[in-house]
Design a protein around this ligand. Structure first.
Ligand code: FDA
Length: 499
């Protein structure tokens, strides 16, 4: 409530925020999590909490009047449709050079993502975060994160027979025949549940084309793991549909945190200020960076270092699809949860780690789709625009060319070996590369640059960054396990030395 005083306030409820919430509450500290999105726990008139991917309604997008699907075209024709403006679960936040997809709601990105739980390559992790002790990450914090996230492995024998992974087997066999290695990917989606879906003994979610607008069953999203465990301590309060707009030192000590309470149309219905002894920024790479850059520019946190707002990257994301021969059917039934990747990361001429993505249209399309993660070295900055009163991101679409080049080497080789071609109708009319969108925003408040080596903001005791903004633009694999494990490491240190 307005004017409350709280020991710890966490801004955002994604991976970084959920780790902070659990470890703080377990340490006996009453903690408030403020989340701008909704608590996705109430069924709509169709009896489901989330809408399906094939029939998006207002629940799909954050405050948009048309959908903005990652693959916005089919046969070159736009496929987006009108929806009511609503605080839906997936945000496609538009900057001039890139659309950044992010989850909105209690659980952040865990509500909408593909659940792939991938530990980064050890030597690459050491390269991107050289100030972090690598042994303790791989011995302690990655295992801790995987356990608390509920990560599980697919049964390889079942994978070989399941209809819903025919698309992945086809892509695997083609990659192998073209000289590339593939690897299974762990997931937080319950593969035991998925087996039952395939056997038609439970309601379907991953096998009902659910992903990106939420999963009604099967997925161990953060509200069911970290946040549920934090709530079980009795010391957690989650305040949903409240967007934090300002953080500044409070005269009485600690920090005053200002927030707007939102209705489901995104309108502000109340403004509140609370005082917190400690504030954990967990609004995601974009959310945390925007907030801190604005606070520095507005003179509320004027001493934040210049590195705040720097070092943002898209994890080298680029999407691409291939058209298969008529005999290479990819299946009308495709699991929404990917389970395999092409691992060409060791190739010095162009590292690529490509997730074999489903195209769960519910009908045979002969399409092989991929989300490639590459080692794109380009970075961008967030900066305050005083004339618009908003924070911009400098990323230009052309900065993604290294990602396209690396992915092209791999998929040109596969196309040549298979005598197949790219689909050029899914990302725009006559557009092969999905190079203007990302699912993996990282950086903006990089560890040991914008913060100290544990996420503390210099000059402001009691302010911490705990989310994907700490990771310098790239982690070489899908990022949430990296974000979670780094937050575990930092929280452990903060709890033993600061609190
Ligand atoms: P995250 O974005 O999760 O959470 C931030 C939270 O803060 C959000 O809930 C947001 O609403 C809230 N917030 C922002 N500003 C606020 C403010 N001012 N006030 C209050 N609240 C605020 N990764 C992976 O490892 N495997 C995968 O399979 C996938 N797949 C995937 C698919 C799709 C469609 C997307 C969009 C993303 C993925 N990802 C993924 C990426 C992964 O989901 C992402 O890296 C993490 O969610 C980022 O975690 P953070 O804790 O940094 O922020």
């Amino acid at each position: 409530a307005n004017d409350d005083h709280v020991p710890a306030l966490v801004i955002g409820s994604g991976y970084g925020g959920a780790v902070a919430a659990l470890r703080l509450t377990q340490a006996g500290i009453a903690t408030v999590v403020v989340e701008m999105g909704m608590a996705w726990n109430t069924p709509g008139s169709d009896g489901k909490v989330f809408c399906g991917m094939l029939s998006p309604d207002q629940r799909s997008y954050w405050l948009r009047t048309t959908t903005d699907q990652p693959l916005g075209y089919f046969l070159g024709i736009p496929v987006n449709k009108s929806i009511a403006r609503y605080t839906g679960v997936l945000d496609s936040e538009k900057f001039p050079g890139i659309r950044v997809y992010q989850g909105r709601g209690v659980g952040g990105g865990s509500l909408v993502n593909g659940g792939m739980a991938v530990v980064p390559k050890r030597d690459y992790f050491a390269q991107i975060l050289p100030s972090v002790d690598v042994a303790s990450m791989y011995d302690t914090y990655f295992p801790r994160a995987n356990a608390a996230l509920g990560v599980n492995a697919i049964d390889p024998a079942w994978f070989e027979t399941a209809d819903c992974y025919q698309f992945a087997r086809v892509s695997r066999d083609q990659a192998k025949a073209s000289g590339y290695a593939t690897t299974f990917l762990n997931n937080v989606y319950d593969f035991g549940y998925m087996k039952q879906e395939q056997a038609n003994t439970v309601p379907r979610s991953a096998l009902a084309s659910e992903v990106i607008y939420g999963n009604n069953y099967g997925k161990r999203s953060l509200d069911k793991t970290y946040l549920a465990a934090a709530a079980a301590t009795g010391r957690l309060t989650i305040t949903a549909q409240h967007a934090v707009t300002a953080v500044a030192p409070a005269a009485a000590g600690g920090y005053s945190v200002t927030m707007n309470q939102l209705d489901t149309a995104g309108a502000t219905v109340a403004t509140k200020t609370v005082r917190a002894d400690r504030v954990f920024f967990a609004a995601g790479s974009v959310g945390t960076s925007k907030l801190l850059v604005a606070m520095r520019a507005q003179g509320r946190l004027p001493n934040l270092p210049a590195a705040v707002g720097q070092g943002w990257g898209n994890n080298g994301n680029v999407m691409v699809a291939r058209a298969n021969h008529i005999w290479n059917t990819t299946g009308a039934l495709q699991s929404g949860m990917p389970a395999m990747g092409i691992d060409n990361w060791a190739d010095p001429a162009g590292p690529v780690f490509a997730e074999i993505a489903p195209f769960p249209a519910g009908t045979e399309l002969w399409i092989s789709l991929y989300l490639a993660i590459t080692k794109n070295p380009n970075r961008a900055q967030f900066s305050w625009n005083s004339s618009t009163g908003a924070v911009g991101l400098s990323w230009q679409t052309a900065q993604n060319q290294p990602a396209v080049n690396a992915a092209k080497r791999v998929f040109d080789t596969i196309n040549k070996a298979q005598a197949t071609v790219y689909r050029s109708d899914l990302f725009g009319p006559n557009k092969v590369w999905g190079d203007d969108l990302t699912y993996h925003p990282l950086g903006g408040c990089v560890l040991n640059q914008a913060t100290d080596n544990y996420g503390r903001l210099p000059g402001y005791p009691g302010l911490y960054v705990v989310d994907g903004s700490l990771i310098p633009g790239s982690t070489g694999v899908n990022p949430f396990v990296t974000i979670t494990a780094l937050a575990e490491r930092n929280l452990e240190r903060i709890l033993t030395t600061d609190i």
